[in-house]
Design a binder for this molecule. Sequence first.
Ligand SMILES: [Ca+2]
Length: 474
Amino acid sequence: MNRNLRGRKFEEMTNCYRLSVCWFMLLNLCVIGESKQRNVLLIIADDAGFETDVYNNTAIRTPHLSALARRSVVFQNAFTTVSSCSPSRSAILTGLPQHQNGMYGLHQGSHHFSSFDGVQSLPLLLGQAGIRTGIIGKKHVGPGQVYPFDFAYTEENNSVLQVGRNITRIKVLVRKFLQGQEADRPFFLYWHGTHPRLDPQYYTPEQVKVPYFIPDTPAARADLAAQYTTISRLDQGIGLVLKELREAGFENDTLVIYSSDNGIPFPNGRTNLYWSGSAEPLLLSSPEHQRRWGEQTQAYASLLDITPTVLDWFSVPYPSYSIMGGPTPWDTVFGSQSLHEVTMYYPMRSVHQGPFRLVHNLNYLMPFPIDQDFYVSPTFQDLLNRTRAGRPTAWFKTLRGYYYRDRWELFDRRADPAETRNLAPDPAHGPLLHRLRALLLKWQWATSDPWVCGPDAVLEAKLTPQCRPLFNGL
Ligand SMILES: [Ca+2]
């Protein structure tokens, strides 16, 4: 693999976003624009992680994901920029981090966040290029004019349980979409499966594998068993959807992408920018690159790269945002989170380069917030009860340590894969800290991050944008 691809200048990267990179470039896969019809099926799971045999978890059976993996390049280092549903989905569908597209938090209900009106999303650009667009399942982003789809069965016009969870119904909707295809018109179909926790439990708590960041307790094991069941249902859905694609004759001209929006809904997972909250499964199945099928790649991928990858597949030009960032090293991904629910203001920025992860917790003096769904989960309730009673938690952190974080957290995942030892205060790591801080800051400026000066200065954007000091002791 060409290690310089992520560092190449935009002018040299015919057709790739300056901010991110399309995966064809990253993997040295050549995509040549021609008259052959190409389609895309984008499958984004909800809160799914590595609970699949594709990623060597032998406690769960996901035969359809495994079959897809045999026709895919399997990414070992893929990351979301933000560990929250709507912000992540907006980033996936625009190629812009949440602070740049405006979707700072959840879209639905009282949270009410939306992308900026001028954002040119993937479905908008594809629609303008004459490509038929479809969405099935939870949409969770807005406003409507920024994310238009020709064919839409979402929570906006249906029961989300029917279009997001009922896999038989989803199969019928995929069939309906494919039967509506005009000859020679390409399509982009986006399927978003939805949440867990309502399914019968096919797995026992004893069967599950407990990752390092989850307490090994009966409560957490039961929750994990439910997560496995959800993934199994998703896997069945993937089997049905891919069968529809095959039977409609589109298997050999459709790029299939599978990933998830954010970390799994467990402590240190969703809403966190640690590895456990931001690492994602990623399968890229191109019918035109069969020699790469089954390959495992260590290349770093950001879910921001989905938009340029899909645009490249269709040979559709990129929007020319004046706010685009600069070239990114091939082994580097960035993270940016501001809120989840409207009350959960806890801005974080991160950079992950090779084995190193740096997290900047801007509001580190306040406790890390907990979301409503996670709060009522048996895993978290058990953690609270055990902590209050002074009983062992079987967790790798204390609640206090989870709530109160250092402003800068620097981890070396080679020596410390669980990210438990903060190296930022260690003078021996001073040069590394300095370098990663500079890299992160550069990305924030390049992507017009309104939070770029926090928490010790104010961004004064008039004339020459600059940080003006607050002298607040930070
Ligand atoms: Ca989610």
